[in-house]
Design a protein around this ligand. Structure first.
Ligand code: PLP
Length: 255
C-alpha cells in the first residue's frame, strides 16, 4: 500500500458514549494524522459517568480479527487498551512481532474505570513478564502501584526495555507532571491542571503516543505531544465528554 497514512491498530474496548475506548482512540489518531484500525477487546455498557457492564470478546474471535488485519495491512504502531489477560496480551504481541518485530506497542494497563468498575479482580496482573514485548506502558499512579508495587520505574524500564510513562493526573499538585522512564533517561512533561475532568483520558494519551510513534517521532516527543493533546481535549468542554477537533461547542448540556 503506497502513499497511505500510517496505520495505527487499536485493540481496545467499545464504549458506546465515545469518550473512552476505541472510539476515543480513533478520533485521536485521525486527528493527529494516522489511519485507525480496530480490534474490539470488549463490549461495554457505560456512559461517561456510569459503568454498568463489561463483556470480554472471545479470545479466539479477537485473535482471528487481529490475524485478518495484520495479514493484510502494514501496521505502523499498535495501542492496546483494556485486555482480558496478560496471556492474551502476550499472544497479541507475538502475532504483531511475526509481521514485523519493530511495530511499537503502547499499552494502557487499565485496571478499573474511573466510574468505579473493576475490570480485573486480581490487583496485580503479572505485567513484568510481558513488558519486554511492549514499547511503552502508560499507567496512572494507582495502576503503577498495583502493577509494580515499590519497584523503581527506572529499574523496570532498564531491565525490561519497556518505557514507563507515569501519568500524574491523580496527584494533588496544581500542575500535572507526566514522567517518562525511558532506559536510563527520565523526562518530565508538565501542563497546568485543568478545572475540568474527562472520561477516557488514558485512552487518548496512549493512542496519541501510538500515532506519533507511527509517524516516526521519538518516544519522548510522542509523550510530550500526547500530554499537550489530552490537555486541549480536557479543556474542550466542561462536561466529562469532550471534542477532538477545533469545533466550538454550541453549549450542549450533558449534565
Ligand atoms: N471504557 C473503556 C472501553 C476503556 O478503554 C476505558 C479506559 O481505558 C474506560 C472505559 C475507562 O475510562 P475512564 O476511567 O477514563 O472513565
Amino acid at each position: 500500500m503506497t502513499s497511505f497514512k500510517p496505520i495505527v491498530l487499536c485493540i481496545s474496548g467499545f464504549d458506546p458514549c465515545g469518550g473512552a475506548g476505541i472510539l476515543a482512540d480513533c478520533k485521536t489518531i485521525e486527528q493527529l494524522g494516522g489511519y485507525c484500525m480496530g480490534v474490539v477487546s470488549a463490549n461495554t455498557i457505560q456512559t461517561e459517568s456510569a459503568f454498568m457492564a463489561n463483556c470480554w470478546t472471545d479470545s479466539h474471535f479477537l485473535l482471528r480479527q487481529l490475524d485478518a488485519i495484520v495479514g493484510r495491512y502494514p501496521i505502523s504502531a499498535c495501542k492496546i487498551g483494556i485486555i482480558q489477560s496478560v496471556e492474551l496480551l502476550t499472544l497479541i504481541a507475538e502475532r504483531l512481532a511475526e509481521q514485523d518485530c519493530n511495530i511499537p506497542i503502547v499499552w494502557d494497563p487499565v485496571l478499573s474505570a474511573s466510574a468505579g468498575f473493576a475490570l480485573h479482580q486480581q490487583s496485580r496482573l503479572r505485567a513484568t513478564d510481558i513488558l519486554p514485548k511492549i514499547t511503552c506502558i502508560t499507567p496512572n499512579l494507582p495502576e503503577a502501584q498495583a502493577l509494580f508495587g515499590n519497584t523503581s520505574y527506572a529499574d523496570i524500564s532498564v531491565s525490561t526495555g519497556c518505557a514507563v510513562l507515569l501519568k500524574g493526573g491523580h496527584s494533588n499538585a496544581s500542575e500535572v507532571t507526566d514522567t517518562l522512564y525511558f532506559g536510563n533517561e527520565v523526562h518530565r512533561f508538565t501542563q497546568p491542571r485543568s478545572k475540568f475532568q474527562k472520561h477516557g483520558t488514558g485512552c487518548v494519551v496512549s493512542s496519541a503516543i501510538a500515532v506519533s510513534l507511527a509517524l516516526g517521532q521519538p518516544l519522548p516527543n510522542a509523550c510530550k505531544q500526547a500530554q499537550q493533546y489530552v490537555s486541549g481535549y480536557i479543556n474542550s468542554h466542561n462536561s466529562l465528554l469532550g471534542f477532538h477537533s477545533n469545533y466550538i461547542s454550541r453549549n450542549f448540556n450533558y449534565d
